[in-house]
Design a protein around this ligand. Sequence first.
Ligand code: HEC
Length: 230
Amino acid sequence: MADKDERLLEHNYDGIQEYDNPLPGWWTALFWLTIVFAGGYYGYYQILGMGENRYQEYENEIKEADVKYAQFKLPDLSDSEVKAFAGDKATIDKGAAIFKERCAVCHGDKGEGKIGPNLTDNAWIHGGKPGQVFKTIGNGVGSKGMPAWRLTLKTDEIKAASSFVLSLRNTNVAGKAPQGVVEADEAAPVAAPAPAPAPVAVPAPATPAADPAAAPAPAPTPAAAEAGKI
Ligand code: HEC
């Protein structure tokens, strides 16, 4: 009873008295430890800047992911880069096999269109330039049900499929009505060389026409006549 009175504090509120009960040692120790820890934490991240902050962590994770998922990234190919391989027969044949297996369900066996648009006409929803076709196939059109093939196919396979699709252009297989915007022929890699010989062919008929006029002259004459004209 005596030591109980020693622990009693002086004050007395309407008969209510209070003990002086110290906090347990382990609790106070923990309390001081948190303060020390907070100081260390603040110093490490804020003052010394040794630890990565959340932005740096985010950047690093993105970098890691870029490396990890590089295979699913679609290279950004220009029209001429796509044209460079799109005319190759072996690539087109490889693409035809992929098309039969993966694409025909939606685009028809010959690309004439089913759920997906007709690929044998000259109208394009997402652009018919070689680079655009490659991108549409790679990235897909999620909202319209065209899968993003970069997630399933290797880049080489997407290249092959693009080559095949570009080779279908203007084969005009009867099927789904054209959708999108009709485009000029020069965008097609297969059609591209065609206009090229045309200007060369123009002087050709001109020469025989000039020939009879030049009368009975041997081979060098047309050349000479042309040289004279120029
Ligand atoms: C599940 C069905 C489906 C499959 C499978 C599919 N497509 Fe498509 N594809 C579509 C639809 C639907 C569209 C039209 C998208 C739109 O309307 O924007 C489309 C659009 C396209 C276009 C763009 C046409 C344009 O007019 O711009 C190309 C090119 C194409 N697909 C190629 C392919 C190739 C190559 C494959 C196979 C590797 C394939 N698609 C597989 C449904 C499919």
